[in-house]
Design a protein around this ligand. Sequence first.
Ligand SMILES: [Zn+2]
Length: 208
Amino acid sequence: MAKLYFRYGAMNSGKSTGLLQAAYNYEERGQRVLLAKPAVDTKGDHEIVSRLGVTRAVDVVFAPADDVRAAVSAAGSADPESGRLDGMVRPVSCVLVDEAQFLTPKQVDDLLRIAVLDGIPVLAYGIRTDFRTEAFPGSARLLEIAHSLEELKTICRCGRKAVFNARLIDGRFVFDGSQVAIDGEDVTYESLCANCYLTESGGHLDGD
Ligand SMILES: [Zn+2]
């Protein structure tokens, strides 16, 4: 049975690199993959950019109101390389979703349907929590319903495992603001462990 996988981690935990590696592994075996991502992303909506400098165009971009299952089905039935197999459309062996935290919960439900009802494994990669330590809606739903959860690890400046993504504006930590940064602000992020996050926030957490 095909499954829905959620591979999550803090920023800079190599999610996009892992996704592109997984795509390569399928294709090395002659299998076809579909690369997808939600439209809300400041890094560019139509490509997957890994920190190692590898970039690849996505096959499907999901707008917030899109029916993800229908979009994947439509993309799957149009195979740009079908000429290689006497015009046959090659079946999709895996759907790979980058920036999955930006999916709506309803779209994540569709990912489970794609896996279970359509028989296509879905690998979703994303960030678990925002800079306030709150789950992104898409990630919350993935944590609820994915068959398999795998944490991708990255290291805090102190050497512990980083679990949070602290936001800096003009180089200073901020702990309030919108979940998705507003364009025009000089926003950066640092992946921190809980100890360093609480040190920087003065002990504040968003549940307070
Ligand atoms: Zn730390």
